[in-house]
Design a protein around this ligand. Structure first.
Ligand code: SF4
Length: 269
């Protein structure tokens, strides 16, 4: 298999309704350059297949069961397309399509690019869910075959960004500005991590950044989800977040207001 025609994925989610418009298939590519304290997919971070520990194997997808003891399988573009095609009827009826997520899917740029080209050639709506921590040249090359970028912004304070994700936010914010100026379709997504990203200071700084530096006037707020907590122990990684409760409805409304008061629409998940 050539590297260009194959890559490593660790999951495929069918009938996804929170990864963009309509009913979608979400393909999770392995590997991430960030190291977020709150990561709810810690099994995505290592770019290579890794021991499964006590984590359960992924559903009943033969494509992901080359070796049931490992998380992550090398698969070809055509194998992934076969899986995507099975639900083409649902995409047409619901305005859905395919979402490529991670980890950071651009870490496997050639594989991702080939998947996007193949999906577009079959008229399937495409989304790339990215951290933005990547080369702008690569983002630019994906534009013709990407209908929408889901672009994660976490923290505006660079020192805090570095502390909680392991990297500076400068490249991420610069790439967002450039991608917006180039006319890409982008939805900024903000994970609401209690006491870290969901503070009034951070959300206000983000609203200001968008208004002053981009044409983007819609965002999505992603409520904290503690369902990944158990995975750390199962794959033998330390959980630096400990246990955090999810936000209640009142808190979520207050966070939304920070944006709506400034004319930024908060889309429902
Ligand atoms: S960017 Fe996403 S996948 Fe990567 S470490 Fe952060 S939360 Fe995990």
């Amino acid at each position: 298999m050539s590297r260009q025609a194959s890559g490593i994925i660790y999951d495929i989610k069918k009938y996804a309704i929170h990864d963009g418009p309509g009913i979608r298939t979400t393909v999770f590519l392995k590997g991430c350059p960030l190291d977020c304290w709150w990561c709810h997919n810690p099994e995505s971070r290592n770019p290579e297949p890794q021991p499964r520990g006590t984590m359960r194997p992924v559903k009943n997808l033969p494509l992901l069961q080359n070796d049931r003891n490992l998380i992550g399988n090398e698969v070809t573009v055509e194998q992934v397309m076969e899986e995507i095609r099975k639900d083409a009827m649902f995409y047409e009826q619901s305005g859905g399509g395919v979402t490529f997520s991670g980890g950071e899917p651009l870490l496997q740029f050639d594989f991702l690019h080939a998947l996007l080209k193949a999906a577009k050639a079959e008229g399937i709506h495409t989304i790339v869910d990215t951290t933005g921590y990547t080369s702008y040249h690569h983002l630019e090359q994906l534009m013709p075959v990407t209908d929408l970028f889901l672009y994660d912004i976490k923290l505006l304070d660079d020192a805090l960004h570095e502390k909680y994700t392991g990297v500076s936010n400068r490249l991420i914010l610069d790439n967002l500005k450039k991608l917006d100026q180039a006319g890409a379709s982008i939805l900024v997504c903000v994970p609401l991590i209690p006491g870290i990203t969901d503070t009034e200071a951070n959300l206000k700084a983000l609203a200001r950044f968008l208004l002053e530096n981009t044409s983007l006037r819609e965002i999505e707020l992603l409520p904290y989800n503690n369902m990944g907590e158990h995975k750390y122990e199962r794959i033998g990684m330390p959980n630096r977040m400990g246990h955090k409760s999810i936000q209640d409805e009142d808190e979520s409304q207050q966070k939304k207001k920070i944006f709506t008061q400034k004319g930024i629409t908060v889309l429902a998940d």
